[in-house]
Design a protein around this ligand. Sequence first.
Ligand SMILES: Cc1cc2nc3c(=O)[nH]c(=O)nc-3n(C[C@H](O)[C@H](O)[C@H](O)COP(=O)(O)OP(=O)(O)OC[C@H]3O[C@@H](n4cnc5c(N)ncnc54)[C@H](O)[C@@H]3O)c2cc1C
Length: 192
Amino acid sequence: MAEQQTSILIVGGGAAGVSVANNLRRKNKALDITLVEPSEKHYYQPGFTIVGGGAYTLKQATRNQVDLIHSSIKWVKEYAVSFQPDQNQITLQSGQILDYDYLVVCPGLQIDFDKIEGLSDRLGKNGVCCNYSVDHVEYTWEILQNLSSGRALFTQPSMPIKCAGAPQKIMYLAADRFRQQGTSEQVDVQFF
Ligand SMILES: Cc1cc2nc3c(=O)[nH]c(=O)nc-3n(C[C@H](O)[C@H](O)[C@H](O)COP(=O)(O)OP(=O)(O)OC[C@H]3O[C@@H](n4cnc5c(N)ncnc54)[C@H](O)[C@@H]3O)c2cc1C
């Protein structure tokens, strides 16, 4: 009788999930690996800082998920909505239940703009941008190119955040941009 394969279920196909899936496959060809990830696109988020700073386009920071996942890994394009660790099961948004021997949970951090009153409505317009989200990072570069005078405020949120260095990095890139534009004297750069 054929031996049953050990099943590994990975939730989240970001940097962590894809790395774990592909590395496990490299080490063990017999594992039954399933990756649960709803997004067709994979974003290289460290690149978002330089998209905002104009040295990279969003397209350069984006890959098709399918090109990154080893062909022998089962990709389930869905959200996991609940975990039943006592039964070794998870439930997907569709209601489907998946079993596993081992579970790897890596859904990343979810941004909660509503924690700051009034922010969600203003993001992406009126000079309010955020490099942490794929939806707003291109607007950062738009603003930097168009700002010739005034005040540029950079803020660092409290933990947990996706990257602690990102708020400073974009400030230095912005300051360099103003220097190149010859507007350093007209733009007051402040960090909070
Ligand atoms: C602007 C910025 C700059 C950064 N700079 C750096 C840097 O310079 N150096 C560095 O080391 N790191 C940097 N980081 C951090 C780095 O990008 C993250 O640490 C890394 O992406 C985390 O990987 P992850 O797989 O845990 O999460 P993510 O890459 O966020 O992936 C999580 C995945 O889980 C999926 N998911 C979420 N919920 C569910 C669910 N319920 N079911 C199924 N799938 C789900 C999502 O669709 C997503 O694809 C930066 C991040 C940002 C935003």
